[in-house]
Write a protein that binds this ligand. Structure first.
Ligand code: AMP
Length: 282
């Protein structure tokens, strides 16, 4: 596996590979890789000749009171995992490589309305940080395809909207949610959970599945379902941020005419913020 830290290096590599007719798949990550990330890598390798993975804990997408400093950085074991998947290239830029003019002066990419709600409501500026860094990475790597996890459903929807709105010449693909045996969606932040917290963390998924089954059996009172599910999650000691049934494309609150729904949840367990979702077609 080749490791590049400068964008001049990765640009030269990708340019040469494209001249040889190679198709480039790209998986952006913040590292601390788990099975969910590796699934994205496998998907990228299936439909491309070369898989480029990036690791960058993007400070621009963290709020001031959030966990940027604490975020797990596990470069050596990440490299081993990527080698285990026969990843061709790792792009591992420094903060000064990504933000040479400083974060405050960085030109931003902003996707309105869709980023004011759900995670965007409780994490102001988060999605602006995401769309800005993803735009930069796509300009640096210039892949044919970029793969994102459905685990971060809103992020995927925002990136799809951005790519469409800005006429980006890249295929945005989605990869299913990788889960632990008890259903908890894999996340780098799961490592923050105490042993005791870990035992109840899968309640979010249990309640999402319960709502999914209620919707499948014809329940149409969305507000009541959201409230009941929130109570289930709070009953095991979590603090609900949101639990919401939405239109899967627009992320607007679901109405009875909507056929493609997504049920999204975010909750705090101790200091750890967990998110998860399920989709359903009625
Ligand atoms: P992160 O390192 O958390 O920024 O995630 C990098 C990419 O991996 C994003 O596209 C995430 O949506 C995706 N991802 C993270 N966790 C999972 C998971 N459990 N299943 C599938 N994709 C995931």
């Amino acid at each position: 596996m080749q490791i590049f830290t400068q964008f001049s290096e990765i640009r030269a590599f990708v340019k040469a590979a494209k001249m040889q007719g190679k198709r480039i798949g790209f998986v952006p990550t913040m590292g601390n890789l788990h099975e969910g990330h590796l699934q994205l890598v496998r998907q990228a390798k299936q439909t491309n000749d070369i898989c480029v993975v990036s690791i960058f804990v993007n400070p621009l997408q963290f709020g001031l009171s959030e966990d940027w400093e604490q975020y797990p950085r596990t470069f050596d074991s990440d490299v081993e995992k990527l080698k285990g998947e026969n990843t061709e290239v790792l792009f591992y830029p420094s903060e000064s490589e990504m933000y040479p003019n400083g974060m405050q002066n960085q030109t931003r990419v902003f996707c309105p309305t869709m980023t004011d709600i759900l995670c965007g409501a409780s994490r102001p500026g988060h999605f602006e940080g995401v769309t800005t860094v993803v735009t930069k990475l796509l300009h640096i790597v210039k892949p044919h395809e970029a793969i994102f996890g459905i685990k971060d459903f809103q992020q995927l929807a925002v990136i799809r909207r951005m790519a469409e709105d800005l006429c980006m010449d890249v295929q945005i693909s989605a990869s299913p949610i990788a889960r632990a045996a008890d259903g908890l969606a894999l996340s780098s932040r799961n490592g923050y959970l105490t042993d005791e917290e870990r035992l109840t963390a899968n309640q979010i998924y249990k309640s999402l599945q319960w709502v999914q089954s209620q919707l499948a059996s014809g329940e149409t009172n969305y507000k009541q379902l959201e409230e009941a599910a929130s109570k289930q999650i709070e009953a095991v000691g979590m603090r609900i941020d949101y639990f919401s049934i939405r239109n899967a494309k627009t992320l607007e609150e679901a109405v009875s005419e909507d056929a493609n729904l997504v049920v999204l949840a975010a909750a705090y367990l101790g200091n750890t913020r967990l998110i998860d979702n399920v989709t359903i077609t009625l």
